[in-house]
Design a protein around this ligand. Structure first.
Ligand SMILES: Nc1ncnc2c1ncn2[C@@H]1O[C@H](COP(=O)(O)OP(=O)(O)OP(=O)(O)O)[C@@H](O)[C@H]1O
Ligand SMILES: [Mg+2]
Length: 253
């Protein structure tokens, strides 16, 4: 099957430092792919290239068959790719409803926005409630974002990405800073939301190997900017060299 998202021989240099070196990866429709690797392996750099935030030094990045190098996150979101950030980027003073509404409105085209302010406000409110419901934030619509727990902030960040109606969603460590007990629930909410929203592919960056093992169809391991492995979970976790490199020790389970 053809790839929705693909890099071909991509390298990214920052000055003399090579953060990514000849990386070719592809994600197809229906796939849940995790990207793992030690700190500094190049995971976020890869996501920044996949989302058009960075321009590759060499190679190409394709989204739905189009070269999207450096196109920018806003333009790419309109084409159907949304992401969350490793460090949650929410406006602390906005309420949950306002935060989601901003994403919903950003996705409407101008003509529709001007068509009828009243009608559109009603539609936006309905959509905000719908999205908040999916992420279990319906009880928090009027709360200022800064008052949310870390887990709720993560959910809000992801909810805003989902408000963009993406075909592909990239999640950069959605569970970082969230307690171990909350992590599985959070990922399960994400997967359910993705199904409801008709998301075609999920790309997850994650350090927690139990989560990666439980949910991925395929796992891509980066190490020092190179693809170390690109395998389904079973052969991935059966290879002690990969595991040693990725987490520096064997899995305890
Ligand atoms: N804008 C930049 N300028 C210079 N070096 C950078 C830049 N962005 C990333 N790097 C370097 O590139 C390497 C890869 O960084 P990246 O953020 O992609 O790693 P990562 O795998 O996401 O790590 P982590 O698990 O800590 O999030 C690191 O050594 C980092 O210091
Ligand atoms: Mg990172």
């Amino acid at each position: 099957m053809t790839a929705i998202v693909e890099t071909k021989n991509v390298s990214k240099r920052f000055g003399d430092f090579r953060a990514l070196d000849d990386v070719s990866v592809a994600v197809r429709e229906g796939e849940f792919v995790s990207i793992v690797g030690p700190n500094g392996a190049g995971k976020t750099t890869l996501v920044n290239l996949l989302t058009g935030l960075l321009i590759p030094s060499n190679g190409q990045v394709f989204f739905k068959g189009t070269d999207i190098a450096g196109i920018g996150a806003v333009a790419l979101a309109k084409r159907g790719m949304a992401r969350t950030f490793q460090l949650v980027q929410i406006f602390p003073q906005l309420t949950v409803a306002e935060t989601i509404a901003a994403a919903v409105v950003s996705q409407q085209d101008k003509a529709w926005r001007l068509f009828s302010k009243l009608a559109s406000d009603g539609a936006v409110r309905a959509r905000v409630r719908e999205i908040a419901g999916i992420f279990g934030l319906d009880g928090r619509l009027k709360s200022e974002s800064r008052l949310l727990s870390q887990g709720e902030k993560k959910l809000l960040d992801v909810a805003s990405a989902f408000a963009l109606n993406p075909e592909v969603i990239l999640l950069d460590e959605p569970t970082s800073g969230v307690s171990t007990a909350e992590k599985h629930g959070l990922v399960q909410i994400l997967i359910d939301a993705a199904k409801k929203a008709g998301v075609k592919a999920i790309i997850l960056i994650e350090h927690d190997m139990d989560l990666v093992a439980a949910y991925s169809h395929r796992i891509i391991a980066l190490s020092e900017g190179k693809v170390l492995a690109d395998l389904p979970p079973k052969p991935f976790f059966a290879d002690p060299v990969i595991i040693e490199t990725v987490i520096g020790r064997r899995r305890s389970t």
